[in-house]
Design a protein. Structure first.
Length: 195
């Protein structure tokens, strides 16, 4: 049920697939899945507990994640404003994959989610790399299935956005979505909400 709740990954994946197509969306989904698996392993090795006990580390991750997304938003906005072509296909796919992975690796909420939710499925066992990866693979499989559905649905709109004016507007929208993702990393700093 948590994975069905719209969030930064879904919004970004939908915008990316509509703007750049299904292949870029699929590469991004693979990056997100790898990021989720790495999150789980790092959480099992103690990073989640470290983030919970040293709030400054959470802030560093949030700021780094927000900075990455703001840079990508700026780059996307600039390319739309100057009507620049998208990067070469292989470069675009690598970038989509890396961005999907980094969105998750630089999001402390992903690690803390594991710290809070995973113990409910362990029956009193401590979190270790084996059970963390088992649960992460299950979670990543569910998330990946949903993300593929989002990418598939959004890529259907690609034909509409093949017109240059529509594509420019979509790139601007994608840049704004990235700004929203950046804001989601920083929301607890500004609003005092729990991570």
């Amino acid at each position: 049920m948590i994975e069905l709740t719209p969030g930064p990954n879904m919004a970004w994946l939908a915008g990316l697939a509509a703007a750049e197509g299904r292949r870029s969306g699929t590469a991004a989904v693979a990056g997100v899945a790898l990021g989720l698996l790495v999150n789980a392993l790092l959480a099992a090795l103690g990073l989640a507990l470290l983030l919970e006990t040293i709030p400054m580390l959470q802030k560093v991750l949030r700021v780094a994640g927000a900075a990455l997304m703001l840079w990508l938003a700026f780059d996307t906005w600039r390319s739309a404003a100057s009507n620049m072509d998208l990067p070469e296909r292989h470069h675009s796919l690598r970038r989509a994959f890396a961005t999907g992975m980094m969105i998750n690796l630089l999001n402390p909420k992903s690690y803390l989610f594991f710290l809070v939710m995973v113990p409910r499925f362990l029956g009193g066992e401590p979190l270790n790399p084996v059970n963390a990866l088992t649960l992460a693979a299950t979670s990543a499989a569910i998330a990946t299935t949903i993300h593929f559905a989002v990418v598939f649905a959004a890529s259907k709109a690609r034909a509409y956005f093949s017109h240059p004016r529509h594509l420019v507007m979509l790139r601007w929208l994608l840049a704004l979505i990235m700004v929203g993702v950046a804001a989601s990393f920083l929301v607890s700093d500004f609003g005092g909400a729990a991570v």
